[in-house]
Design a protein around this ligand. Structure first.
Ligand code: NAD
Length: 270
């Protein structure tokens, strides 16, 4: 499926000129965070971007160069001090922040592959730390830079609400993330900071390749979703741009499904 030309039309619909945003979670050109970063950049925003570690850096660096992101920093949220280091640098260079996209998820492979009953306490704790608690920490740090209000976004999946075969441990983890979105929206709302999640449809990415039978999930989506297709990364990226912008200043605590409508299905016979 082709990406929309909108992504490469600077400032066509939403003007984010002068807005400063942080994007956490670009691994490569297939990442949903990269699609969002392209859209933020096309609308005129300045971006700080992170990469996981030295192994990931060569994949992220050329992408970041293409969008002229002035800040590129390592950030493994499981390593003490790295997330704080990112915010220290942003404080020093920009002294403010308008939006953050958190597109981070991870679980030990052995805990992801089995039944939920088989997951280890340690694996569950690690998955929660990286995929959920890192968003709570991000919100705490971002609040200090969002004196004029802001938008915090994270990415979730239908498996948080319903059983999706093979999503396993990530179902309860994403459910905790979605609940955190609501509590963070409550906590930060008085400072005009909005907190939302995009519940994305299935897109082939590195993270998705860890889910068994992911191709079947895509074909089920194409067969059963109201739009009879899955989504593109760019469609997720454009929704993120909308949530970052002042077109959505009254939307907070929301889980927005950008999934070609797949979530409305009960039983579908075709
Ligand atoms: P991706 O592999 O491109 O992105 C996942 C990112 O998480 C990577 O950049 C990786 O470096 C990062 N990450 C993992 N552990 C980390 C850590 N310890 N510290 C910092 N970063 C870490 O895959 P994606 O599909 O673009 O995933 C982005 C988000 O979208 C995830 O939250 C995922 O659950 C969610 N999502 C994806 C789909 C899909 O079908 N691809 C659907 C719904 C939601």
């Amino acid at each position: 499926m082709r990406d929309s030309p909108l992504a490469t039309t600077p400032g066509k619909l939403l003007d984010m000129t002068g807005k400063k945003g942080l994007v956490i979670g670009i691994a490569n050109e297939h990442s949903l965070a990269w699609a969002a970063a392209r859209n933020f950049h096309a609308a005129g925003a300045d971006l700080a971007v992170t990469y996981l570690n030295d192994k990931a850096r060569p994949y992220v660096e050329p992408l970041v160069a293409a969008i002229d992101a002035p800040i590129l920093l390592p950030c493994d949220v499981a390593q003490d001090g790295q997330l704080e280091g990112v915010f220290d640098t942003i404080t020093r260079i920009w002294g403010q922040l308008d939006f953050v996209l958190h597109a981070v998820a991870w679980s030990p492979a052995e805990d992801l592959r089995g039944r939920l009953t088989d997951c280890s306490a340690d694996g569950f704790a690690q998955a929660m730390l990286v995929s959920c608690h890192s968003f709570i920490r991000t919100a705490k740090l971002a609040e200090l830079l969002m004196g004029a209000g802001g938008s915090l976004m994270t990415l979730s999946f239908l498996g948080a609400e319903r059983v999706v075969d093979h999503y396993g441990i990530m179902g309860p983890v994403k459910a905790a993330l979605e609940s955190s979105v609501r509590y963070l929206a409550h906590d930060l709302g008085s400072g005009s900071i909005r907190v939302n999640a995009i519940s994305a449809g299935a897109v082939r990415t590195r993270a998705a390749s860890g889910i068994q039978h992911f191709d079947e999930l895509i074909s089920e989506t194409e067969r059963k979703s109201p739009l009879r297709r899955t989504v593109t990364a760019d469609e997720i990226g454009r929704a993120a741009l909308l949530l970052a912008s002042n077109y959505t200043t009254a939307i907070t605590g929301e889980i927005i499904h950008v999934d070609a409508g797949f979530h409305v299905n009960g039983m579908v016979f075709h």
